[in-house]
Design a protein around this ligand. Structure first.
Ligand SMILES: Cc1cc2nc3c(=O)[nH]c(=O)nc-3n(C[C@H](O)[C@H](O)[C@H](O)COP(=O)(O)OP(=O)(O)OC[C@H]3O[C@@H](n4cnc5c(N)ncnc54)[C@H](O)[C@@H]3O)c2cc1C
Length: 508
């Protein structure tokens, strides 16, 4: 899909904490200092929120002339969100105007990759504006099945399958793999770059024994907290018609939001000495008897019918506040392995959530910090209570006890679709897949540039950090392929534009 997950994601624009990138740098990845990383975030960004731009600190934090437009959503449930934000403030999650600037023990409205009610995916922001460049060819509905590597271990092209036909594309410079954290390690393994035993097992000739390909998978796992209250009341048909018109005429309202209608989130830590958050929670509000709640929890979490029914049943007569608790820095690791040597076979994903016992204990602490909100003035005023989800193994446990949350977490843990590390960067082939310039260890002319290269999880959602990796990665590619780096390329682009203009004048 054009734009990959940025075309279907929930659009939250979260940069993570500087401490995350300091860890990348401290691990020996010298191209990724906090300053470089922040510069690359700004390079992409074009913040268009009039309100927050008035604040000089926020203004300075973001970029303003990049291709990626970011803004806040114009949320339909703002009056309720504001009340929950007051409740967060009461339990110690301070309200701040911008969560990318202050993201430890804070809460606030989210920034999103959307503008004027339209999603700003990476293809819309970066690819489509340059689609007509003469040096760019975009192929739709094409599956890269193999990276071709010479006996001297230099990548020289890719094999592609398209409409049942096989094609080979050759390169004089480099192959750049950006297939994401699941498919990039798969493609490397299909090309003979991966753990030798796995390759042998799938009858793939080993080109380079790279033991870390597909290993150390880490993901943000989530557990839902459901709070019910007397409001928001049921919507009527008039609201729905108004929503449709509001979007068609103004590009505003419920249809201009992410399908989760999330407007606010909080970052907090279970370790009071930590300089970055290990927990994140996002708030989504459903009025009474809202069919979208059923759709959301079925689609997002894919829980069993009993669990879904118990949530939906209570929503019939109550407004529902869904807090999605997200565990930011797990110790548990999983892996991606090949199902077979057929590129059309999905790889096997073993997330191993909560397999490290330390994780479960942190998750329980984090969940209990969040549920304190039920005792806040707002939730008391609306008869708020914690919803019990129907999980047979947990039904006899005392609601909100440690045992209860341990049981709920192990039964309902799910993904926030933030897999990273499966082609992580690092110093050598035994601890990583690519070096700090994103070049695959052991093969010349081959890079990976996507979420999979992150050497550790970030304190927030992964789209913005992945776009930043794209910015930094492109700089590294230019530096390594031209004697004079960026300066040379800008001269090349000017030359290209001049030639393009000349050809138009000549009518070629
Ligand atoms: C449902 C969902 C919700 C999310 N919500 C958010 C959010 O709100 N905020 C946020 O920050 N992050 C969110 N994320 C995560 C975020 O979108 C991803 O971290 C980010 O998009 C990863 O980018 P990527 O380029 O590494 O990989 P991808 O986005 O996966 O892109 C990889 C691309 O490569 C293509 N591809 C793969 N294999 C091949 C092949 N062999 N040949 C040809 N093409 C191939 C894929 O089709 C895809 O287009 C969400 C993700 C999902 C799935």
């Amino acid at each position: 899909m054009f734009g990959g997950c940025s075309s279907i994601n929930a659009m939250f624009y979260v940069q993570g904490n500087s401490a995350d990138y300091q860890r990348w740098y401290d691990a020996g990845n010298k191209e990724w200092s906090v300053d470089e990383v922040r510069r690359c975030f700004r390079k992409s960004e074009n913040l268009q929120n009039d309100e927050t731009l008035k604040d000089p600190k926020i203004r300075a934090h973001y970029g303003h002339d990049g291709p990626l437009i970011i803004n806040k959503v114009n949320n339909t449930f703002r009056s309720f969100t504001d009340k929950v934000m007051e409740a967060w403030e009461e339990i110690g999650f301070r309200n701040v105007p911008d969560l990318n600037l202050e993201n430890v023990m804070t809460s606030g409205r989210i920034t999103v990759t959307a503008a004027n009610g339209v999603r700003q995916s990476t293809d819309r922001a970066f690819l489509l504006p340059v689609a007509k460049r003469t040096n760019l060819k975009i192929l739709k509905r094409s599956l890269v099945t193999k990276v071709l590597v010479t006996k001297r271990l230099k990548a020289y092209g890719v094999e592609v399958e398209r409409n049942g036909k096989k094609y080979t594309f050759y390169t004089t410079r480099e192959v750049v793999v950006s297939a994401g954290s699941i498919a990039s390690p798969q493609l490397l393994m299909l090309s003979g770059i991966g753990p030798v035993e796995q390759l042998r097992d799938k009858n793939i000739p080993c080109v380079v024994n790279s033991p870390k390909v597909g290993q150390d998978l880490q993901d943000h796992c989530v557990v839902p907290i459901i709070i019910h209250g007397n409001i928001p009341d049921e919507e009527n048909a008039l609201n729905t018609h108004y929503d449709n018109l509001n979007y068609l005429v103004n590009r505003q309202g419920v249809l201009a939001q992410s399908d989760m209608t999330t407007d606010a989130m909080a970052f907090y830590t279970t370790d009071h000495n930590a300089s970055y958050a290990n927990c994140q929670t996002s708030l989504t509000i459903y009025p009474k008897n809202k069919s979208q709640l059923f759709e959301s929890i079925t689609k997002i979490f894919r829980y069993k019918k009993d669990v879904v029914d118990s949530i939906v049943e209570q929503n019939k007569n109550h407004g529902t506040y869904l807090l999605i608790y997200n565990f930011l820095h797990p110790q548990s690791k999983g892996n991606i392995s090949l199902n077979s040597n057929n590129p059309k076979d999905s790889p096997l994903i073993h997330p191993n959530y909560l397999s490290d016992p330390r994780d479960l204990e942190t998750v329980v602490k984090g969940l209990k910090m969040s549920t304190k909100i039920v005792k806040s003035k707002y939730f008391k005023s609306i008869g708020g209570f914690l919803g019990r989800m129907n999980i047979p193994a947990c039904n006899k446990l005392v609601l909100d006890s440690d045992e209860y949350w341990r049981c709920v977490s192990t039964n309902l843990v799910s993904t926030l679709w933030h897999p990273v590390r499966t082609c992580q960067m690092g110093s050598d082939i035994n601890n990583s897949v690519v070096d700090s310039r994103l070049r695959v260890h052991g093969v010349k002319g081959l890079r990976v540039v996507d979420a999979s290269v992150m050497p550790n999880t970030v304190s927030g959602n992964t789209n913005a950090p992945t776009i930043m990796i794209g910015e930094r990665g492109s700089e590294l590619i230019i530096e390594d392929n031209t004697k004079c780096g960026l300066k040379c390329i800008s001269e090349q682009i000017i030359q290209e534009i001049l030639e393009h203009k000349a050809s138009k004048i000549k009518g070629i």
